[in-house]
Design a binder for this molecule. Structure first.
Ligand code: NI
Length: 160
């Protein structure tokens, strides 16, 4: 079972390497990352968070699993402000500005190129996960970190 790396672990600060080809080992990693994400009740997970410095992310904001290898932001517009948290930074919630609408391309689990148009939570989550591949954590971008009291009052928190 994959364990989640926590802030302070240098793997989270490294720029992850592109995947050369989507082999069986990559598919297995994607499956194990998805399992870990669901086990931890997250909405997204990036490979560096499980100690693997490769450009792979999984996301599920409630509309099904999206897995992307070598994801790239190709279009981005507008802005949205919202709350984020991260499985690698327990008990911290912050307010982060993100693009409102994005298009992302990457390879799916079978190595085919796909394009995803996203807005709202899916767009936020994809930006958060792609940041992980570049060693960027949401706390680097947060305009405000919530106090413990504010966190306790919130019953809905985005975890990725
Ligand atoms: Ni995260």
């Amino acid at each position: 079972m994959l364990q989640i790396c926590l802030v302070g672990d240098q793997v989270l600060r490294r720029k992850a390497k592109p995947v050369k080809s989507v082999k069986k080992s990559v598919q297995t990693l994607i499956d194990e990352m998805a399992q870990a994400m669901y086990r931890e009740s997250g909405v997204g997970l990036a490979a560096p968070q499980v100690g693997v410095s490769k450009r792979i992310v999984v996301v599920d904001v409630g509309d099904g699993l999206v897995s992307l290898v070598n994801p790239e932001l190709v279009h981005a517009s507008g802005s949205q402000l919202g709350m984020e948290a991260c499985l690698s930074i327990p008990d911290v919630v912050g307010e982060v500005e993100r693009f409102a609408t994005i298009q992302v391309t990457g390879l799916d689990r079978s190595g085919r190129r796909i394009w995803i148009d996203a807005e709202g939570l899916l767009a936020r989550c994809l930006q958060h996960e792609i940041d992980h591949l570049d060693g960027i954590l949401f706390t680097d971008r947060a305009i405000r970190i919530l106090s413990d009291e504010e966190v306790a009052e919130r019953n809905e928190v985005v975890l990725d």
